[in-house]
Design a protein around this ligand. Structure first.
Ligand SMILES: *[C@@H]1O[C@H](CO)[C@@H](O)[C@H](O)[C@H]1NC(C)=O
Ligand SMILES: *[C@@H]1O[C@H](CO)[C@@H](O)[C@H](O)[C@H]1NC(C)=O
Ligand SMILES: *[C@@H]1O[C@H](CO)[C@@H](O)[C@H](O)[C@H]1NC(C)=O
Ligand SMILES: *[C@@H]1O[C@H](CO)[C@@H](O)[C@H](O)[C@H]1NC(C)=O
Ligand SMILES: *[C@@H]1O[C@H](CO)[C@@H](O)[C@H](O)[C@H]1NC(C)=O
Length: 501
């Protein structure tokens, strides 16, 4: 009977059923390929030291990022990173993903994978990543796994003092015309690669920007960039011979030369800025040998962090959509601000999560949870981590699905226990995560914690669905924080060495 109650409660919250979007699976069971093509030293502390990196609490003050590394070792950086790219993610890792039923990967990328975009006088990054990306995509494709390309580390740096931004700096300069333009060139190049290069056959989506600054007043122009991002994808597709509904007949693709074709096309996707970005992308495509028509491909899915990621009157990414689009939310409890630091508060919060419904009401559906994990602000028992994994999977599966951070974490003395709560592979081995990602250790894990809608307005109401035998009964304060969970429930920062230590 209790199971029936929960089922009806969950059904009550569910938005309309999610059908498959573009080439994405009906339900995404995914992992991030973090620290591969954008290296975050905290995830592989021993390898980083062995490579020649350093560890420091303020990552801007030592060799703590790719930028600092490439600056310090200009002559050997490419070779050393090639070794990392080859060893951190390769066929055994793909085999492990397949064995664990993973159907999707999100691949964090830096702008520097398009090497022509790097201003080598002031910017320092390794070369050679694109060949490794091609290699990895082909291995994933052979395993039947699709990929989301995630523009994770943006030109000019988009996040404050973060290893994942590529360079650790307190003055991010992404939110400027110059760097938006470089991001649009990157977008056009990645779109063309995805459609024309056979190695990119399993790329189904491109994410515009990972985790912009959460205060929208500090990201001027970002809403306009969102619109240009979608237009750059669709305009590039149009020139590659992919019909964009509502944008007229394709031009005769004389020789596939963007420079020749652009003056012949019109329509609102071809704004001056988009034309300019495509004109700048074309010589790069020629240099990469990526010319020709799309190989019988449908439109890519455009992807943004959801509207709830930012506060202070953010632009709604739904306003930018032209064609298939998906939304991404990242939810980490371990950085604070989501729930009190104890097991009952965590479970009460997650089991009453309304993110999917709130986003859907603003047009941000389908939504997937593109980063999450098992880290906590307290010492978690094995029993708790099993519940914590089940509950998050249940809630994140309500719409498009989930993508765990990360596919693996270094196992070393220096890394300590990090893998236990941050590594999907380790979580499966320890039994927190089920071998079949669509299954649960306990599908009723949320039953004791669900607050019926009628009582959510009342502070003193105790959840009626909680059985008396359950010791972990949500407290009044936990109920309040769960029901009041509004916009900024996500972590304000990515994992950092100090946060995860
Ligand atoms: C990179 O970070 C360093 C250290 O914070 C800073 O001095 C430099 O201006 C940054 N450069 C870029 C291009 O972000
Ligand atoms: C461009 O506009 C003209 C008329 O304004 C129209 O006939 C033509 O179909 C348009 N071209 C494209 C590619 O949409
Ligand atoms: C594309 O067309 C322009 C203008 O005609 C020409 O200058 C350029 O060389 C062409 N590029 C290629 C790769 O054919
Ligand atoms: C594209 O691929 C689909 C499925 O493989 C096939 O049914 C269709 O005929 C192809 N279209 C073209 C134009 O080749
Ligand atoms: C967690 O366990 C470690 C090691 O036993 C201990 O040092 C630390 O104080 C504990 N932290 C909390 C929050 O209980």
């Amino acid at each position: 009977m209790r199971a029936t109650t929960v089922f009806s409660l969950l059904s009550f919250f569910l938005p309309t059923a999610f059908g498959s979007l573009g080439g994405l699976p009906d339900k995404i069971y995914g992992v991030n390929l973090g620290s591969w093509l954008v290296l975050e030293p905290w995830m592989l502390p021993q390898e980083w030291l062995d490579m020649g990196g350093q560890s420091c609490s303020d990552c801007s003050t030592c060799i703590g990022t790719e930028f600092a590394f490439a600056k310090a070792y200009p002559d050997t950086v490419d070779e050393i990173f090639d070794g990392h790219w080859t060893s951190w993610f390769n066929q055994p890792d793909v085999d492990a993903l397949k064995a664990n039923g993973i159907n999707t990967v999100r691949i964090p990328l830096g702008y520097w994978i398009v090497e022509a975009l790097v201003d080598r006088a002031t910017e320092f990054y390794p070369r050679g990543g694109l060949a490794q990306l091609r290699r990895g995509l082909q291995q994933l494709n052979a395993a039947g796994i699709v990929a989301i390309l995630d523009h994770h580390a943006l030109p000019g740096v988009a996040a404050v003092n973060q290893m994942f931004a590529g360079n650790c700096t307190s003055t991010p300069m992404f939110y400027t015309d110059y760097n938006y333009h470089r991001a649009l060139i990157w977008t056009s190049v990645m779109t063309a690669l995805s459609h024309v290069d056979p190695a990119f056959a399993n790329v189904v989506a491109i994410e515009a920007a990972n985790e912009p600054i959460m205060d929208a007043s500090k990201t001027p122009g970002y809403g306009n960039f969102q619109k240009n991002f979608v237009k750059a994808v669709r305009a590039t597709e149009f020139l590659l011979g992919i019909q964009t509904p509502g944008f007229g007949a394709m031009p005769v693709p004389t020789n596939g030369n963007f420079t020749v074709m652009l003056p012949q096309v019109n329509g609102s996707i071809f704004t001056n800025e988009v034309r300019s970005a495509l004109l700048d992308a074309y010589p790069i495509l020629v240099e990469l040998g990526v010319v020709g028509l799309s190989k019988n491909r449908t439109q890519l899915v455009t992807n943004f962090m959801d509207i709830g990621w930012q506060h202070n009157n953010p632009a709604n990414p739904a306003d930018a959509a032209i064609g298939p689009q998906g939304y991404d939310n990242h939810l980490y409890y371990s950085f604070g601000g989501v729930a009190n630091a104890d097991p009952v508060s965590y479970m009460t919060s997650i089991c009453n999560l309304k993110r999917v419904q709130k986003d859907a009401a603003l047009g941000n559906s389908p939504l997937w949870f593109g980063e999450w994990g098992l880290p906590t602000q307290f010492n978690a028992t094995d029993a708790f981590l099993t519940q914590w994994a089940d509950a998050q999977k249940l809630m994140y599966s309500q719409d498009a699905g989930w993508i765990f951070w990360n596919f693996k974490i270094e196992k070393s003395k220096l890394a300590g226990d990090l893998a236990r709560q941050w590594s999907y592979r380790e979580g499966v081995e320890l039994g927190y995560l089920t071998k079949d990602p669509s299954k649960y250790n306990d599908p009723n894990v949320c039953v004791p914690y669900i607050i019926p809608p009628s009582s959510s307005a009342s502070v003193s109401a105790s959840p009626t669905s909680a059985s008396a035998s359950v010791s972990a009964q949500p407290t009044a304060s936990a109920s309040v924080s769960a029901s009041e969970q509004t916009t900024v429930s996500s972590a304000s920062t990515q994992p950092s060495a100090s946060a995860s230590a």
